[in-house]
Structures are given as C-alpha cells and as structure tokens.
Design a binder for this molecule. Structure first.
Ligand SMILES: *Cc1c(COP(=O)(O)O)cnc(C)c1O
Length: 383
C-alpha cells in the first residue's frame, strides 16, 4: 500500500515542481486582478455601488446562459437569499443531500427552515433522483391548495437544494422533473460547479435559481463573494431588492418596504471577480489538463478517479478519488499529508453533526459509502 502512496507522491510532485508543500487548491491570479483592484481605489467606489458589480453580474449571466445574475457577499448568503425569495418560511422543510459542505444546511437554517436529508448517487455524489422519488412517494402529499406537505412531520416541503459535488454535475434534469410533480421549487447549490455543464446547459440553470461561491478555495475567487442566477424577471428584481436592504430607488430618500439584507457584493470584490472570470476559460483548460494526467496515472494505480457521468462536463474544481475502504482512506490521508501533499476527506455527513442530528433522513446508504472512501487530491492551476 505504502509503495502505491509513494508513487502518488512522486507523481504529484512532478505536476507541481518547485514546491515543498502542495496545497489542495491555491487561487491563481494571472490577469487583470491588480489593475481592476487599483481602479476601484482610484475611483473611491470600493463598496456596494460600483461598475464592477454590474459588470460581474453581466459576465455571470453570459457565462451561465442565465437571463439574470445577482451578486452577493458570499455563497452562503446567495443560498439564504434564494431560499427566502423562493418563499421558504420559518418552520418549513427543505430537502437537500447529507453529503455537502455545511453551508448548504446552514443557509436552510438561516431561513428558519429545517433540512431533510435524502441520499446521493454514488457516481455523481449529488442528490439521487431515485432516492428523492422514493422519499417523496413515501412522505409527501399535495393538499388541495397545491402545496406539498410532509405527511410524517406535517410541515411544508418548501424547496429542494441539490448540490453539484466538487463540480461534478448531478442528474439535475431528473431532480427538477420530480420536484415539479410535487410543486417543490429547486435551488441548485452550484457553489462548486462554475464551468460545469450537464446536457450542454450550465449548472445552476435547471432549477428556479442557482447559487455560486467565489470563496478563496473555489475554481475562481474574489476573496469572498457569491451570485444567484435565474431566468425569472420578477424573481431577479426581488433578489436585487432584498439584497440591497429593500431600499426603494430614490435619489435621496430612505424608504424601505421589506426586511432586506445587506448582501450585495462590494465593488472591491467584484473587481477581483471580473478579472478572475476573464481567466475562467484558461483556468478550466489548465485544470482539464491535470485531470487528463490523473486519469492516465490512476488507470493503473490504486484508487479510482471520479469522472463525470455521460453528457456531463465537470469543471475539475477538486480532483477526487475513491479508495477501497475506510482503512485505506485513513492511511492515504495520513501518508500524503505527512509528506506535505495536501489531501482531504469528503465531508462528514450533515446528519451526524450535532445541530442536524435530529433532522429527518431517507436511507443514506450511498452517502455513507462515499463518506468512508472519498478523498480530494491536489487540484490547483499549474502556471
Ligand atoms: C463554498 C460552498 C458554499 C458557500 O460558499 P461561501 O462563499 O463560502 O459562503 C456553499 N455550498 C457549497 C457546497 C460550497 O462548497
């Protein structure tokens, strides 16, 4: 086993020469980042009003093919705002997957709702249409007002938040179709999947809304930032309004007509985001080249490299392998991190965290299987 791990270390060092410590994912600033940042300072427009914020939104709409994009301060607030705009109210339930970054479940909690965890597919690591279908068949009922209720808890199932894990698209068209039958709006957590497509459509663009993150560890970053995309005019207006303290437009009056949020991305961050988005194609191509090398390497080595399903194009945010079992995973993590090659296990299942331990779950067989075996390996841009 150690021999295999040793050859992995050698392979990774070859890909990232000249570095002692090799991180999981370092940001890459190779374009107009400094120029645009200085621009905001020179103009004094560093805060939540400025040309770069509008430009960022236009770029996000163009890249994803969505009609509208709304900038936010981070991915968590993008999700929170999307849930609120979709009509999620305190006491409601929101279906999501147990295998996700904690922000997905936290945003549901911030909206006052309770997450319900439904299993993932093993190949996509994202919400499973099969599991969703059987969970809803067993637990859901639609009342005469057309509202979907959970028969077990009596609560409204107000939304569904599938997440495209590590940038690998899940079977999102099937998930949306099932949710449509139950009148459940879908908000895609596409935080990790900027540049990922399913059936030639960008992720985040299948449901009612999709949300993105530009945190420091993501494919492209602006320090901290997020975005919501949608094709619905009225929703886009509502999102922008709520994200900017629900202020009614007026040259000098302060009039607000709702409990709004201070969620709009500052111009300083948007400047960085615009420069990064200009580099997106370059970054994606560079990451694809590393994916191809890993594919060759793992063709005859221990560990199975995760690949996108048919008709899916992944952004290769974090390269991912599946090890034989929990023991091999633990040994791999210990050995590689000990050699200053950063590797990381997939998240602990949300329903195992203390704040989500009492949430309802379906059978979580696949999620538990993946939790024991999945590891991310170094995935940075190689200059
Ligand atoms: C990063 C991430 C978020 C949150 O994004 P922040 O910008 O860090 O708030 C949400 N969901 C998932 C799945 C993420 O990976």
């Amino acid at each position: 086993m150690t021999e295999n791990f040793q050859s992995f270390i050698a392979f990774v060092r070859e890909q990232f020469p000249g570095h002692d410590f090799i991180p999981l994912h370092a940001p890459y600033f190779g374009g107009n980042e400094k120029k645009y940042l200085l621009d905001t300072i020179d103009s004094t427009f560093v805060s939540s009003v400025g040309e770069y914020v509008n430009r960022f939104e236009a770029m996000m709409a163009e890249i994803t093919g969505a009609k509208f994009a709304i900038a936010t301060v981070n991915g968590t607030t993008a999700l929170h705002l999307a849930l609120v705009a979709a009509g999620v109210k305190p006491g409601d339930e929101v279906i999501t997957q147990p295998l996700t970054f904690v922000a997905t479940a936290n945003a549901i909690s911030h909206a006052g709702a309770v997450p319900v965890f439904v299993d993932v597919d093993r190949d996509t690591m994202g919400l499973s249409p099969e599991a969703l279908k059987s969970f809803l068949a067993e637990n859901a009922s639609i009342n005469n007002e057309g509202i979907c209720f959970n028969k077990t808890t009596g609560k409204k199932i107000a939304a569904c938040v599938p997440m495209h894990t590590f940038g690998f698209p899940l079977r999102i068209d099937e998930v949306v179709e099932i949710c449509d039958q139950y009148h459940i709006p879908v908000i895609e957590d596409a935080a990790e999947s900027l540049g990922s497509y399913y059936k030639d459509k960008h992720t985040g663009n299948f449901g009612l809304m999709g949300t993105f993150s530009f945190n420091g560890n993501k494919t492209v970053t602006c320090g901290g930032g997020g975005a919501i995309i949608t094709n619905d005019d009225a929703l886009a207006k509502k999102l922008k309004h709520l994200s900017t303290t629900a202020k009614q437009p007026h040259a000098w009056e302060f009039a607000h007509d709702d409990v709004g949020y201070n969620y709009r991305m500052p111009n300083l961050n948007a400047a960085l985001a615009c420069a990064q988005l200009e580099q997106l194609e370059n970054i994606l191509a560079n990451k694809q080249a590393l994916a191809d090398r890993y594919k060759d390497y793992f063709a005859d080595s221990e560990g199975q490299l995760v690949e996108p399903i048919a008709r899916a194009k992944a952004n290769n945010w974090l390269h991912t392998i599946i090890l034989k079992n929990k023991e091999e995973k633990e040994a791999f993590l210990k050995f590689t991190n000990g050699q200053k090659i950063m590797t990381r296990p997939i998240w602990r299942l949300m329903n195992k965290l203390p704040m989500y331990a009492t949430c309802q779950t379906g059978s979580l067989e696949n999620a538990a299987w993946l939790e024991e075996r999945v590891v991310n390996i170094p995935s940075s841009y190689r200059p």
